[in-house]
Unconditional design. Structure first.
Length: 448
């Protein structure tokens, strides 16, 4: 049955209502009152507005196409289109329309908090810290803008830049969600930089480059196969923890302890479907990675503190389906995995063919001198106190180097070129870090 006049009129009115709804969407700069100190970075603001403008333009085009089709079919007396066909087309149009509008709601939830007293300025400062934590020297990649907001719930999360948005299109900015209860204490730095680490790892394909190494250990390494499978499943969270350690040092481990300090049954619980390591092992691995990056007695004290909070009893050691934390730590020692990430596994850095990143220990000639048995022989002949002064100097240099380039990418132009070629198709994004590689050397916001 051909489209009747009444059916065509009803659907035409529905289409007009979509255009009216679309016309009421205005730029955030016109509807969100914020003080200058709480405003988004210009690069983030322009990227979001450009994405939304493009989305609104596409929605208008889709509605206009439907209206043109409806008028044509209704005017054509010989048309075979039915009212059911017209209703089906409009239903799918409205579903696409509503999905696209969720993008506006997504950004609106983030930007609205910038108008809150004190909270907005605080979030603007976190934007600066996140941009600092993401920046790497050598122009390895163009870091996308990062914006932060607060939400309820126990865990932080990130919607990475250049991932697909609801309704289509790529996310123009990285959006980091932080729990409100983490805004006090060391957890704020730990959670924020951990989520930044997920974005950095995605830009460098770090997780993809590490998986073949762990898969090879499943076939030719020591220990049980299913244990290495668990390490492979956890590697994305481990890399993010490593990024956080490289940037904020011991604060990353202290914040992690604050996050995973749960009732004992949850600390030792092993869930093979969870991408996060067992909390008891995760803290110990964090200490091991910190010990490999910045050797200092503090890591031993911190690990012993954690073990005193949650001593490994027989019941805790046997928890789970794979021998519990003791079995995992024995088959794949946390220290061994940490040294692989930090580049101190038998003197070799993790250097897959696609991403041959240098080790942190190779950032200066004296790296590794504070590892027992690897000190410069000449130091022993320099008199009392010389060794301690030498070690402290090496630690300071390594700390500065790791903060500036935690993965040693600046020393590998081949790797830099590979990343640039892989990212050549991405649209250019303005670099948001004012001083790449020199984090935390200025206040969160000068205007505050």
């Amino acid at each position: 049955m051909a489209i009747g006049a009444y059916a065509a009129w009803m659907l035409a009115q529905e289409a007009r209502s979509l255009l009216t709804r679309l016309a009421r969407l205005e730029p955030f700069a016109l509807i969100e009152p914020t003080v200058l100190a709480a405003a988004l970075m210009p690069s983030a603001q322009s990227a979001i507005e450009s994405q939304l403008v493009q989305g609104r333009r596409e929605l208008r085009r889709m509605v206009a196409q439907f209206q043109h089709w409806l008028r044509r079919e209704h005017a054509d007396g010989a048309s075979m289109a039915t009212a059911a066909e017209a209703q089906r087309r409009f239903t799918f149009l409205r579903l696409k329309f509503n999905a696209a509008l969720t993008q506006f709601d997504l950004f609106n939830e983030v930007i609205t908090q910038r108008s809150e007293h004190k909270t907005g300025v605080w979030l603007a400062g976190l934007d600066i810290v996140a941009a600092d934590a993401l920046a790497l020297p050598g122009n390895v990649y163009q870091a996308p803008p990062v914006i932060c907001y607060l939400d309820r719930g126990p865990g932080a999360a990130i919607r990475r830049a250049r991932t697909r948005l609801p309704g289509g299109g790529d996310n123009p900015v990285a959006i980091i969600r932080l729990p409100r209860e983490r805004m006090i204490g060391s957890s704020i730095a730990s959670s924020l930089v951990h989520e930044v680490g997920h974005q950095g790892a995605a830009l460098l394909d770090l997780v993809a480059s590490l998986r073949p190494v762990l898969q090879a250990m499943q076939h030719g390494g020591s220990g049980l196969v299913h244990v290495w499978q668990l390490w492979e499943r956890w590697i994305s969270e481990i890399v993010a923890d490593f990024w956080s350690l490289a940037r904020v040092g011991v604060a990353a481990t202290l914040g992690l302890i604050g996050v995973v300090s749960l009732p004992r049954v949850f600390v030792f619980r092993l869930n093979i479907d969870d991408p996060h390591p067992v909390p008891w092992l995760r803290v110990r691995l964090s200490c091991a990675m910190g010990r490999a990056l910045y050797p200092h007695p503090q890591w031993d004290r911190l690990e012993q503190l954690w073990l005193s909070y949650y001593p490994l009893t027989a019941a805790g050691a046997a928890a789970g389906q794979h021998g519990g934390p003791r079995g995992l730590a024995g088959a794949a020692p946390a220290t061994g995995l940490a040294r692989r990430l930090a580049g101190r596994s038998h003197g070799r850095a993790h250097a897959p063919a696609r991403h041959a990143g240098a080790a942190v220990s190779q950032l200066d000639p004296g790296a590794g001198a504070d590892v027992p048995g690897r000190a410069d022989p000449g130091v022993r002949r320099a008199g009392p106190g010389a060794r301690q002064r030498y070690l402290e100097s090496g630690r300071r240099k390594r700390a500065a180097g790791a903060f500036a380039d935690p993965l040693g990418l600046a020393q590998h132009p081949g790797h830099v070129g590979a990343v640039r070629r892989r990212r050549a198709a991405w649209p250019p994004v303005r670099q948001v870090a004012a001083a790449p590689g020199i984090p935390f050397d200025y206040p969160l916001r000068r205007t505050t």
